[in-house]
Write a protein that binds this ligand. Structure first.
Ligand code: NAD
Length: 437
């Protein structure tokens, strides 16, 4: 099949490369000249483990190419995916669909013959209807089916998620489009990947409902963590104890600094806004959004409390900036708010992240970027572990003890057993468990 992917970011590039790996011919399009130039020069503009190898392999097999101009590729295509960004709209928090509709208009102008246009971007309920309306009004003679096919991959594990998904949701009732979508995912289907067909509006809502549920699960355990700290219980043991119940499940029960990233914050907010517009408010999610917003700043206060109530004039070393490990994505990362709270408190902040520092430079205030955890630890009054990169999981505490000014570790991801840290003479502050001074 000939497939075009409009938008070559975290979703478009991974989806395009993986679909090429299935044997389809893919053109990945992006408006950003810098991205396309990099890709054509053999560079991968984002950090996603394993992506470079798949791109390289499929490029050399002639199944994957890149372009800034969608028209020639769309004219030949059986399927066109829209994978452009849908950020929060400034001012009201609704999903900003400017990029989606701009892409849709360009696609429609270029289409020849029956073409399936698929929204892979996360778009609010009714977006597919609106795209269809644009096509019908502006290009009444063209044969286009509009399908919703939301993406559920996680950055950092995107390739496995795309190739071994729990489900592939496809929103269409058009039999021709169903056939085409079956063909797109046929290589997966042989591996029994469950294709789940439903109406387009249902499919659009599934994506928001899934993200909102996961955000709520994280927020739930974060509140339980706060309670644990007050009553002297251990949130990790609570999470294990409840997670062994199959109705609850053990995933997404890790207490931490609050959810961030390019999806949960904007998608929960967009769902809240959609629900309000339909006069059917989702109060659980409204509360989830509010709790999570407050939590990030509260993590800054937690660090300040660990430093005996003040960070003024102190040096704080922040380990990890990205919203999770194995990505360079800094969008809505909790580190941004935490670092700001520390700067506001008068601290000097030194930071290190294995992949996120370039992206962080546009988002963080006046901090110093280091080259490894030990360099930033020198003379520090506290180490704050914000993102659980593998390289932070086995820190050399003996060495660190010799470098820091005050041996304090605030572990916002609970990756260390308390005893191990305390054994090396550090005070240990985690999330939802007793602190040890
Ligand atoms: P991104 O910002 O990394 O990539 C979007 C790309 O689209 C950019 O490179 C941009 O230049 C390009 N673009 C915008 N308008 C264009 C146009 N008219 N023509 C060609 N290119 C255009 O975004 P992303 O993280 O890949 O997210 C894309 C969508 O997928 C969003 O709706 C997001 O909510 C959803 N999603 C993201 C993830 C994730 O983990 N990042 C997971 C599931 C779903």
């Amino acid at each position: 099949m000939r497939i075009v992917m409009i938008g070559s970011g975290y979703v478009g590039l991974v989806s395009g490369a993986c679909l090429a790996d299935f044997g389809h011919h893919i053109t990945c399009v992006d408006k950003s000249a810098a991205k396309i130039d990099a890709l054509e020069a053999g560079e991968v503009p984002i950090f996603e483990p394993g992506l470079d190898t798949i791109i390289e392999h499929n490029r050399s097999s002639g199944r994957l190419d890149f372009s800034r101009d969608l028209a020639p590729a769309v004219a030949e295509a059986d399927v066109v995916f829209i994978a452009v960004g849908t950020p929060s709209r400034r001012g009201d928090g609704h999903a900003d669909l400017t990029y989606v509709y701009a892409a849709a208009r360009e696609i429609a102008a270029a289409v020849t013959g029956f073409t399936v246009v698929v929204t892979k971007s996360t778009v609010p309920v009714g977006t597919g209807d609106e795209i269809e309306r644009i096509f019908r009004e502006e290009f009444p003679d063209k044969e286009i089916a509009v399908v919703s096919n939301p993406e559920f991959l996680r950055e950092g594990a995107a390739i496995t998620d795309f190739k071994r998904p729990d489900r592939i949701v496809i929103g269409t009732e058009d039999p021709r489009a169903m056939e085409v979508m079956r063909e797109v995912y046929r290589p997966l289907y042989l591996n029994e990947a469950p294709l789940y067909f439903c109406e387009r509006r249902t499919s659009e809502l599934i994506k928001y409902a899934a993200n909102a549920f996961l955000a709520m699960k994280i927020t739930f355990i974060n509140e339980i963590a706060d309670l644990c700290e007050q009553i002297g219980a251990d949130v990790q043991k609570v999470a294990k104890g409840i997670g062994m119940d199959k109705r609850i499940g053990d995933k997404f029960l890790h207490a931490g600094p609050g959810y961030g990233g390019s999806c949960f914050p904007k998608d929960t907010l967009a769902l809240v806004k959609t629900a309000q517009d339909y006069d059917s408010p989702v109060r659980l999610i409204e509360t989830t959004v509010a709790i999570n917003d407050n939590r990030k700043r509260a993590m800054g206060r937690k660090v300040i409390a660990a430093c005996d109530g003040s960070v003024r004039g102190k040096k704080i070393a922040v380990l990890g900036l990205t919203f999770k490990p194995n990505t360079d994505d800094m969008r809505d990362a909790p580190s941004i708010t935490i670092v700001q709270a520390l700067l506001d408190g008068g601290a000097t902040v030194h930071v290190y992240d294995p992949e996120g520092m370039d992206a962080a430079k546009d988002l963080l205030g006046p901090v110093t970027y280091g080259s490894d955890p030990y360099e930033i630890a020198e003379g520090a009054d506290a180490l704050v572990l914000v993102t659980e990169w593998d390289q932070f999981r086995a820190l050399d505490f003996k060495r660190l003890k010799g470098l820091v000014r005050t041996p304090v570790l605030v572990d916002l991801r609970n990756i260390y057993p308390t005893a191990e840290v305390v054994r090396h003479g550090f005070s240990y502050f985690a999330v939802g468990k007793k602190s040890e001074k």
